[in-house]
Design a protein around this ligand. Structure first.
Ligand code: CA
Ligand code: CA
Ligand code: CA
Length: 454
């Protein structure tokens, strides 16, 4: 109780600190369920933000109807029905695009974006992992139903053997009759690291040499973004033992089964629990924060896009509350990803470098060098004296105010000394507050300040 009271008194001023968790939404296609339709002066309405060959840049008047609104929907009220149709002896393929159709009387039409006309272009800046559509398909003569999505820089067309201005392409092929609504997906293949500016889709009832009578129904187009997975390694000075291992003295009796960061100054309301604790190797809970910024210096608190509580293992890895999985975030990073790791009585650390993604996982090891931590030697401490240096988080901040100061002794350690439990002044995490916490941890660090940008 004493701890809680002093905590609250001390942190009145810190309550004003905000942790704005800004949700950067994952961009999706326009009108992806084909629920909204508009009269564009034709016998058949078009889905809003989509167009077909009657609104092509030329020959629209000659073109047959190859699309329709269908009440046979996967969800909602409508789907789009595309069908191959013959006029003047030529079979036109059922086609729909978020760009515009360029029609030719014979041979090679294509779809393209009209950059200065919102009807025929879709600005798009993110990098999805795959595209999904629900479809029913009734082919004739070997037709293949297709959905193609191209991330591009604005002048791309589909099809284009040279793939000019393509950044990524995803292509779904539906190769056989599919009588009930079925989910199809295809991954994006990225050709370079350029950021996209537009996305261009084309949905077709035929690949090439369309056969009359083929019908395709499409609904619920969706872009999929894989979860952001973190593989982090960090050590706490307090429980550090040797050889990149930490003691686990709080485990299992003293570590709470719910994440402990639901109080000031963290005010993290996540519902992570680990009951029972899934591993004897757990050292303690940590709070992991992801920031989306151009540079480390610019990665202040306002760039925070997500927070999760995780379990710190004795080998320095941080895992999800199940004790096995990597921490996972459903966030899209627009700029660069920086990671902050917080512990209840150590100074928080932030990655000095943007995290790189390898095989779908963002990995970062704070322990290998001091410059892995933002602020370098001001923000971390060397944990060993022999062998390759191991760097870790600075202990002794009992009131979690970003500074190891006198109050961490007088207002926390002095009050709790002699007590056993999960205590803020148990700086070496052995379950007791006593002289080693003061002499071995706090005293060595007094005056140090956390380097994570506010
Ligand atoms: Ca629909
Ligand atoms: Ca402090
Ligand atoms: Ca202790």
């Amino acid at each position: 109780m004493e701890k809680n009271i002093s905590f609250k008194l001390y942190f009145i001023s810190l309550f004003i600190l905000l942790f704005p968790v800004v949700a950067i939404c994952q961009q999706q296609p326009e009108n992806p369920g084909f629920e909204n339709w508009e009269d564009v002066g034709l016998n058949v309405d078009e889905p809003v933000d989509w167009s077909s060959i009657k609104t092509a840049d030329q020959y629209g008047g000659l073109a047959p109807y190859v699309w329709d609104q269908s009440t046979d929907a996967h969800s909602g009220n409508y789907s789009v029905k595309l069908y191959n149709n013959t006029v003047l002896g030529i079979v036109a393929a059922g086609t729909l695009t978020n760009g515009r159709v360029h029609a030719e009387l014979a041979g090679t039409g294509y779809v393209f974006s009209v950059l200065d006309d919102a009807r025929w272009v879709t600005p798009f800046t993110q990098k999805p992992d795959s595209v999904v559509v629900w479809a029913k398909f009734f082919p004739q003569g070997g037709d293949i139903g297709q959905v193609k999505a191209v991330l591009n820089t604005g002048s791309a067309i589909i099809p284009d053997a040279g793939q000019a201005d393509y950044i990524a392409l995803a292509q779904i092929n539906i190769t056989s009759q599919t009588s009930s609504w079925t989910r199809f997906s295809a991954p994006f293949t990225y050709f370079n690291s350029t950021d996209p500016t537009y996305i261009l889709f084309v949905l077709n009832a035929a690949n090439e040499n369309a056969h009359n009578g083929t019908i395709a129904y499409f609904d619920d187009l969706q872009l999929i973004y894989n979860p952001l997975l973190l593989d982090l390694t960090v050590f706490l000075q307090g429980p550090y033992n040797t050889n990149k291992q930490m003691f686990t003295d709080l485990n299992p009796d003293l570590i709470p089964t719910s994440q402990p960061y639901n109080i000031a100054p963290w005010n993290y309301t996540g519902t992570e629990t680990a009951d029972p604790l899934p591993s004897p190797d757990i050292v303690d809970w940590v709070l992991v924060e992801i920031r989306d910024a151009v540079s480390a210096a610019g990665a202040n608190g306002f760039t925070t896009v997500g927070r999760k509580a995780g379990l710190l293992m004795k080998d320095g890895s941080i895992v999800a509350p199940d004790g096995i999985s990597m921490l996972s975030f459903n966030n899209y990073i627009n700029n660069n990803l920086y990671v902050v790791v917080r512990h209840r009585n150590h100074l928080a650390v932030m990655s000095n470098f943007a995290l790189a993604k390898t095989d779908g996982v963002y990995s970062y090891d704070f322990s290998t060098a001091s410059d892995q931590t933002y602020g370098t030697t001001n923000g971390c401490v060397q944990l060993n004296t022999i062998g390759p240096a191991v760097w870790g988080m600075i202990g002794g901040d009992g009131n979690a105010n970003k500074t190891v100061g006198t109050e961490d002794k007088t207002n926390f350690w002095s009050i709790l000394v002699g007590k056993t439990g999960y205590l803020s002044a148990d700086y070496n995490l052995d379950g007791q507050t006593n002289n080693p916490d003061k002499n071995d941890i706090w005293l060595k660090n007094v005056g140090k300040t956390g380097q994570v940008p506010n």
